[in-house]
Design a protein around this ligand. Structure first.
Ligand code: GLA
Length: 400
């Protein structure tokens, strides 16, 4: 009896230790790069190695980007025992060697699979092979798994994702688990203990504000995705993040639009997964992705998602409470023409009902830092005045 009890307690302690190991993986929103937005199915070990090199050389690693994630289409076939292998033509050295290379750069390697029998790109999915695949990923040294939802044939999302979560835990290697079921089953309501991040919408496209349709599916513009985050902020926090999809910075929008996109993802405490070609990015793109003061807003330890404080036509003012009583404020001009703004801080005291943090410019004077101009910009004692270009932002940090 006593032995049985001891066994139960030991197993429970092991399970708790295992869960703890996974819990600590994403205390702030994950940062890295993913192949899909720019390269689609055109992935190879050469691309991944060169991207890892570029992450280091560009200063992105130093700015906090860590995960290099291979999205769909890395797969070859399963062997007679059902073990999955990478496409031998595209990954001739194998995944273990690639992981070793990425790790040698001080970075981490991510991979992609699907809860159905096939991925969205028609490659082998993990359905019925979850434990086997998780063991393979762990043996290769994988650190991050994005798990998609194509061809799910009526599976229940919570069950399917929990099975893979359990498989990853059983395989034992700490792996960030990224749920990609496009918000279809409201993962924010059930996935807090299943994964570290969950997509909240369908796929993003490199368009600031437009409607696109390709027959059966319609990718979403940056502004459309921003609007779809409404009412989700209560569900995000350290270890479990709303994911409004990967970045399109450097993929064809204007510099102003890229800056606005990046700023809003920072305000949302969104995972920051760059999606451009890091080997050939422009200086402007690099400067956006590596703006450390903007990244610091995203990575703030409080882990509270920002909120839309007010909207006047095409102008929106977003606020995000930060650690130590600081706040981030982002003035977003969604309109087609420049917009002059005057903002009376003293008349805009705010208490966030969710975090209970208070912004009190009526009682206190905050120092203002302009995060894109990279300069101090007075205090909240005087009204703030700026002209914001079309599809751009002014982003500020307010410190007591
Ligand atoms: C889905 C996902 C994308 C990407 C592709 C790959 O559309 O939402 O992010 O992973 O599949 O096929």
């Amino acid at each position: 009896m006593r032995i049985a009890l001891a066994l139960v307690l030991t197993l429970a302690a092991c399970a708790a230790a295992r869960a703890q190991k996974f819990d600590d993986l994403a205390r702030t929103p994950p940062m890295g790069w993913n192949s899909w937005n720019r390269f689609g199915c055109d992935v190879s070990e050469r691309l991944i190695r060169e991207t890892a090199d570029a992450l280091v050389a560009s200063g992105m690693k130093d700015a906090g980007y860590q995960y290099v994630v291979i999205d769909d289409c890395w797969h070859g076939e399963r062997d007679e025992e059902g073990n999955i292998h990478p496409d031998a033509a595209r990954f001739p050295s194998g995944m273990k060697a690639l992981a070793d290379y990425v790790h040698s750069k001080g970075l981490k390697l991510g991979i992609y699979s699907d809860a159905g029998a096939k991925t969205c790109g028609g490659r082998p999915g993990s359905r019925g092979r979850e434990y086997q695949d998780a063991r393979a990923y762990a043996s290769w040294g994988i650190d991050y798994l994005k798990y998609d939802w194509c061809n799910n044939e009526g599976l229940k999302a919570e069950g399917a994702y929990t099975t893979m979560r359990d498989a990853l835990h059983a395989a034992g290697r700490p792996i960030v688990f990224s749920l990609c079921e496009w918000g279809s089953n409201k993962p924010w309501e059930w996935a807090k203990d299943v994964g570290h991040l969950w997509r909240t919408t369908g796929d993003i496209t490199a368009c600031f504000d437009c409607e696109k349709s390709y027959g059966t599916w319609s990718p979403l513009s940056v502004m459309r995705i921003l609007d779809l985050q409404k009412d989700l902020r209560a569900h995000t926090g350290p270890g479990h993040w709303n994911d409004p999809d990967m970045l399109e910075v450097g993929n064809g929008m204007t510099t102003n639009e890229d800056r606005a996109h990046f700023s809003m993802w920072a305000m949302l405490a969104a995972p920051l997964m760059a999606g451009n070609d890091l080997r050939s990015m422009s200086r402007e793109t690099r400067d956006i992705l590596t703006n450390r003061e903007v990244v610091a807003v995203n990575q703030d330890a409080l882990g509270v998602e920002g909120f839309k404080y007010l909207a006047e036509g095409a102008l929106e003012v977003w606020l995000k409470p930060l650690q130590g009583g600081d706040w981030a404020a982002c003035f977003l001009n969604r309109g087609e023409t420049p917009r002059a703004v005057t903002f009376e801080w003293k008349r805009n005291a705010v208490t966030d009902g969710l975090s209970h943090a208070s912004f009190s410019p009526d009682k206190l004077t905050y120092r203002i830092r302009d995060l894109w101009a990279k300069r101090d910009a007075g205090t909240t004692a005087a009204p703030f005045a700026a002209e914001i270009p079309s599809h751009d932002v002014v982003m500020l940090r307010l410190s007591k």
